[in-house]
Design a protein around this ligand. Structure first.
Ligand code: DLL
Length: 448
């Protein structure tokens, strides 16, 4: 759907006047949404089958032709796509359009091997801007707002994704990108943006540097923060809301599917609406690949419904979450992703207990005397993973209190998460600060 059509249907009630709320699409009854998804799934399959050798081979091997898909239930018969497929067909092997016809490329760097390259036609970029504008609107941004965009510009999809969306919304963008934290604080105080886009960890770094500069970010004009690109806990949300005096909303996305704006929270803060007119979401048991019952945790698997250049069939995101299709108080009918709790490939098995770094964060953030800056160091001891938590104290805490703090943190981790950890207390500033995605885990286990 193009920008013009969205703008034409956008404004239908007083509360949303001058807004980018697409009432027809966002509050569509779920049966109509399913019908639209089916129609778009057929087109996506056709596009993938006709133009991408890998998808054609996999569909042929599964003995399924695009026209054999007769309902959304047939989705289960379609083979998965994995990140390794993008790597194996680096750089352009999964593109369904010739490279010279594309408007843009982005790339995301994995922890292993080559970057993953993704491509967009003009129509893909246009849809992305629409969905990002829709996301910002849902989060509480409005046309005429000034948006301070601290997501990194460049190959990372965060910067340009949020930029185009904010422009599409009719906001004024400050394209500051990551880094230069002191200058960012000066810009926030002088230009008076109402909306901040950044990773949650960089936002905390901003708050910390502001304090050192004697600047009270609570007094800034910021009211809304749209934070994502990494897992963050409810405790981290409260910490950010308190320190900046803003409402903090969660936004999700991934390069392979589009970039930021695949899903975003509305101001009810009750889960991220996954934009189902453009994506099909499944939650599967990562081991058995069977769908989990609604509300239970599993791996998010996404099929694109409108992408031209890079159609994705049942992409295994590795992100662990739960979803609900219960109606939301905002009136939007699109399902809600109840926060991404971690990645299946980040999962640690500590003496038989499955643990995600975000669970540990939820216990650390907000405990007395420690600051929300931490890293987990994972080592292999025999067959077992062993975790050391390095966490900073607040400024002014005497070193002789460290052993008590350490015992207190270890005790709470044990009782809340169920694992035994070693806790090392660090001085303020000792844990490296991120300018984008935070590095939460230092994995020292031998590589297999
Ligand atoms: O991080 C896109 C993005 C930019 C999203 C800005 C939101 C804001 P990638 O670099 O490809 O794309 O990384 C995607 O980041 O599979 C998740 O594991 C993680 N991630 C993204 N958003 C969230 C979130 C961008 N809100 C990977 N909560 C995804 C938890 C997130 N994890």
């Amino acid at each position: 759907m193009g920008a013009t059509s969205l703008r034409q249907v956008g404004v239908t009630n007083g509360a949303d006047t001058g807004s980018y709320f697409d009432r027809a699409a966002e509050t569509m009854p779920r049966e109509a949404l399913a019908a639209l998804q089916f129609e778009r799934l057929r087109k996506t399959l056709r596009n993938a089958y006709d133009h991408v050798a890998l998808h054609r081979e996999r569909l042929d091997a599964a003995r399924i032709k695009p026209e054999d898909v007769r309902s959304l239930d047939d989705l289960r018969r379609i083979p998965f796509t994995f990140k390794s497929d993008l790597r194996d067909h680096y750089p352009f092997g999964l593109f369904a359009r010739p490279v010279p016809s594309l408007a843009r490329l982005h790339a995301s760097s994995g922890t292993t091997g080559k970057a993953t390259v993704v491509g967009y036609t003009k129509a893909d970029i246009d849809n992305w801007a629409d969905l990002m504008a829709r996301s910002l609107q849902a989060a509480g941004a409005r046309p005429g707002d000034m948006v301070h965009n601290a997501y990194g510009y460049g190959l990372f999809t965060g910067g340009l994704g949020a930029h185009y969306g904010a422009e599409r919304l009719g906001a004024t963008v400050i394209p500051v990108s990551g880094g230069g934290t002191e200058r960012q604080i000066a810009l926030i105080m002088d230009l008076k943006p109402r909306v901040l886009c950044a990773t949650p960890s960089y936002t905390l770094a901003l708050a910390e540097v502001a304090e050192k500069m004697g600047v009270d970010l609570r007094q800034s004009a910021l009211q809304v923060g749209v934070f994502g690109a990494e897992p963050w806990s409810a405790a981290m949300r409260s910490e950010i809301e308190e320190r900046l005096a803003i409402k903090a909303l969660d936004i999700y996305g991934l390069s392979e599917i589009m970039g930021p704006g695949v899903a975003c929270e509305c101001t009810a803060q009750a889960g991220l609406h996954g934009w189902e007119d453009h994506f099909l979401f499944e939650v599967l048991d990562p081991e058995t690949q069977a769908p989990v019952p609604e509300g239970e945790a599993g791996e998010l698997v996404i099929t694109t419904l409108t992408k031209e250049a890079l159609p994705m069939l049942r992409y295994r995101t590795r992100d662990i979450t739960r979803v609900t299709t219960e109606p939301c108080e905002c009136g939007r009918t699109h399902l809600r992703i109840l926060r991404i709790t971690g990645r299946s490939d980040d999962m640690l098995i500590i003496r038989g207990v499955n643990v995600y770094p975000s669970q540990i964060e939820a216990v650390l953030v907000g405990r007395p005397m420690i600051a929300p800056h931490y890293q987990l160091v994972v080592e292999r001891n025999g067959n077992l993973d062993q975790v050391t938590i390095e966490v900073e104290t607040h400024i002014g805490i005497a070193a002789d209190a460290f052993p008590t703090i350490s015992r207190d943190v270890a005790h709470y981790i044990k009782s809340m998460v169920g694992i035994t950890t070693r806790v090392v207390i660090k001085l303020p500033g000792e844990i490296p600060r991120s300018q984008g995605k935070a590095v939460r885990v230092r994995d020292l286990r031998p590589k297999e």
